[in-house]
Design a protein around this ligand. Sequence first.
Ligand code: DX5
Ligand code: ZN
Length: 212
Amino acid sequence: MILSPSMLSADFAELKEQIKEVEKAGASWLHIDVMDGIFVPNLSFGACVYKCIREHSNLFFDVHLMITKPERYIEDFAKAGADMITFHIEATEKAEECIDLIHSLGKKAGIAINPETPIDAVLDYIEKADMILVMSVHPGYGGQKYIDEVNDKIKNLRKICGEDYLIEVDGGIKASNVKSVLDCGANVIVAGSAIFGKDITASVKEFFESAK
Ligand code: DX5
Ligand code: ZN
């Protein structure tokens, strides 16, 4: 399991310290949720925020763009220090161009799908992309309940993608349900409210224990 704690639930006044703590506790990725208030109802933060923590962290920056027409900003997100840039298939008509652009900037490319989007929408891009992100809540907010109906999608994707492909699942994952998500075929787990806003070190360790 790759654990990608979602910065959205961090205390932004303590961002540097909290990011260092998740890294020290054993996480290797950091999930960074960018929202534009159009593709999703909420606003979060842009590239300038994680650019400031880039030099303080060795975590793999897993940037989840919940923005419409992501092609407009991919270069900015790459330059700010993203390692993986994931955009929503529902947000662009230029998916192939987005993947090519991300790769041309030397970054990994992911494609995200909303809970109601069938996997057919991404089948043509799986080979070209490096990861599929399956949303297990409606994007926009942390702290929502996991939508069990996405489990079949994860299982089907795993069959199609083969055993090593990156399949990330995002939303509503806690130590109590992480094992079942992994058993469906996920290998990258996002967790926000279940890690931040409490004892970060203990929560990260509990995730790794529960994943066994
Ligand atoms: C939701 C975001 C998630 C969110 C997950 O739109 O994409 O990454 O931070 O938060 P939890 O783990 O609290 O559901
Ligand atoms: Zn996310």
